[in-house]
Design a protein around this ligand. Structure first.
Ligand code: GLV
Ligand code: MN
Ligand code: MN
Length: 401
């Protein structure tokens, strides 16, 4: 595949959801922008004579062959983004999946098994807070009753958002028949680090995903006047929040782990008022589950200790938790051995990590020279993306025959 040919399909999607002048993307699930992305996918799939369906959880599927036959070889990723994220995280896997079908046909492959490209819904959890929501619901890893209670930052329920898009909220939930039809899943993704750049390799294969979780801290104190309240009389939850953020960084470094507070929400959020409540979302990841648990416990203890000092209260809730994923099945082995690509772990979460508990799964990474992700500077050359399509085609071709 030439770089130009990759670019032609890539550029048909890239204007959608480009927000403001920072070059970042805002493609949150079930928004008008997301619906345009979904329409783009449906049109591209129909242009290729693929059978398109939307499943009970809002994931989109484009089939080459009969899904009922079983043993399907599925590739794909997601089209939603973090706020002002890069353009590649997600869409690269979807675009590459469509192009890989073109390449399989050009190579004269006659699949013995159905082949599909999937677009999973709400992978980033940027709108409703739970990452990989579409694949978690499908595999039964997330309770649909809980999903229906999820709200976005404006207070919109997930049920309303999917209802608006024509989906029946009552049908959300596990889809064992669909899952049982999948024989292999391959997700191609932009690399979210610089390992491939350092190795001078355009494509890599995933070995593992670190366990990770999202936690919400609610700090409550006493709202009061910023000008008249003596410093010694305050119960300021912003101080507890700030101390917790500093503790997060320190504790993560001490554990050789990654932990981040990238989102806060303060009430009433006024310059001349001491806050009455401050919420912070912790994203924590470590190489193994035990370290992750120790890390999160240590951060919680530091928050509670500081709250006692500040005379504030702290409550912590786990919003999502994903265990360690090791890509050690036949599909990953085939990818590692046949594609002559380096093998590397990642700290990022993916639908492939959710699927891996049920289906033989592999991930391919495409070199990202900036190493940056979840930010506008995320990048990949068209030539590397085209190389990614060729490797994906090689692997799908082996799997479907
Ligand atoms: C998904 O991109 C995640 O790792 O947060
Ligand atoms: Mn992401
Ligand atoms: Mn992603």
């Amino acid at each position: 595949m030439s770089a130009e040919r990759f670019a032609a399909l890539w550029e048909s999607l890239s204007p959608v959801g480009k927000a403001g002048d920072d070059g970042g993307y805002v493609r949150h699930s079930w928004t008008d922008t997301d619906l345009v992305c979904r329409e783009w996918f449906v049109e591209e799939a129909l242009d290729r004579d693929l059978e398109v369906e939307i499943d009970r959880n809002g994931n989109l599927w484009a089939w080459w062959g009969e899904p009922e036959q079983g043993g399907a070889v599925v590739t794909g990723s997601h089209l939603d983004s973090v706020p002002h994220g890069g353009g590649y995280d997600g869409p690269l896997g979807v675009v590459s999946g469509l192009l890989a079908i073109d390449r399989l046909r050009e190579r004269g492959v006659k699949p013995a098994k159905p082949v599909a490209v999937v677009v999973f819904t709400e992978e980033e959890g940027s709108r409703f807070g739970v990452p990989c929501l579409g694949s978690r619901l499908m595999t039964g890893a997330f309770d649909p009753a809980k999903a229906l209670r999820l709200r976005d930052r404006e207070g919109f329920h997930l049920a309303e958002a999917i209802g608006r898009a024509g989906l029946d909220p009552e049908r959300l939930g596990p889809d064992p028949e669909r899952l049982a039809r999948i024989g292999a899943f391959v997700e191609l993704h932009i690399e979210q680090g610089r390992a491939l750049d350092h190795l001078d390799a355009p494509v890599g294969v995933a070995s593992a995903i670190w366990p990770h979780g999202r936690y919400r801290f609610d700090f409550t104190g006493e709202g009061n006047h910023a000008g008249t309240t003596r410093m010694s009389d305050r119960h300021d939850p912003m101080l507890t929040l700030a101390a917790t953020v500093l503790a997060t960084d320190e504790v993560a470094r001490m554990h050789g782990a990654h932990a981040t507070v990238g989102r806060v929400d303060v009430a009433p959020n006024a310059t001349n008022a001491i806050a009455s409540r401050a919420s912070a979302w912790l994203d924590a990841r470590a190489a193994d589950g035990e370290t992750l648990q120790k890390l999160v416990d240590a951060i919680r203890q530091r928050a509670e200790r500081r709250a006692r000092l500040d005379g504030t209260q702290v409550a912590m809730a786990t919003e999502s938790l994903t265990g360690e994923v090791a890509f050690t099945g036949d599909v990953s082995r085939l990818a590692a051995l046949e594609l002559h690509a380096p093998v590397l772990p990642t700290g990022a979460g993916h639908d492939a990590g959710v699927l891996a508990g049920h289906v033989d799964t592999a991930m391919l990474f495409v070199r990202n020279p900036t190493g940056i992700s979840h930010a506008p500077q995320e990048s990949a050359s068209h030539a590397d993306c085209a190389a990614g399509v060729e490797k994906l085609t090689d692997l799908l071709g082996r799997l479907c025959q």
